[in-house]
Design a protein around this ligand. Structure first.
Ligand code: GAR
Length: 187
């Protein structure tokens, strides 16, 4: 059974979809939720599903404390699902091609520092884009610049608020992210 670790700091709706998907699978299991936000809803969600959870500070992420905890698990895949801090090179180097991120837009558009969550959807709305989407990609040293694994577009012409766009993007994420993770873990 392969091991998935998820980094998340928001509501954790993607993390929950991934947990539920793999509860029904013999391929892999979510064995840890790591969050930098002690008040994040994702922690309550982890408790509800009896998944081991870790809360950490920026110092612990960058000084090796988090890496030690990950090494104790030896995950097959590290999934960033709504994790907004820069991910440390030390972890990326120890887990080459095993750290992936989901971004709520069609990269390379609407990526980079400061482009996360509602900021992305507001920018898409401001620019009157006809479509947006999701990008699942490997994580490297730069925000949102690793090799693409999967992209899917959705039309947003009828949307008048960033919340409406966010809902469409979340639907895509929930539909495709667990399956893309499974395809990466399949032998
Ligand atoms: C997701 O839409 C994800 O794509 C985005 O945060 C949201 C987390 O939602 N990530 C980024 O913006 C990363 N740059 P969730 O907590 O409901 O899964």
């Amino acid at each position: 059974m392969k091991k998935i670790v998820i980094f998340a700091s928001g509501t954790g709706s993607n993390a929950e979809k991934i947990i539920l998907h793999f509860k029904k699978s013999s391929l892999a299991n979510v064995v840890g939720i790591f969050s930098n936000n002690s008040r994040a809803k994702v922690l309550q969600m982890a408790e509800n599903h009896a998944v081991y959870a870790v809360v950490f500070s920026k110092e612990e992420l960058n000084d090796g404390v988090v890496l030690e905890k990950i090494n104790a698990i030896q995950p097959d895949l590290i999934v960033l699902a709504g994790f907004l801090w820069k991910f440390p090179e030390s972890i990326i180097h120890q887990y080459p091609d095993k750290v992936i991120n989901i971004h709520p837009a069609l990269l390379p558009k609407y990526g980079g520092k400061g482009m996360y969550g509602m900021h992305v959807h507001q920018a898409v709305l401001n620019n009157k884009e006809e479509e947006t989407g999701i990008t699942i990609h490997y994580v490297n040293e730069n925000y949102d610049e690793g090799a693409f694994i999967f992209q899917k577009a959705v039309p947003v012409t009828g949307c008048t608020t960033p919340e409406q766009i966010a809902e469409k993007v979340h639907q895509l994420e929930h539909e495709f992210f667990p399956a893309v993770i499974a395809s990466l873990l399949k032998p």
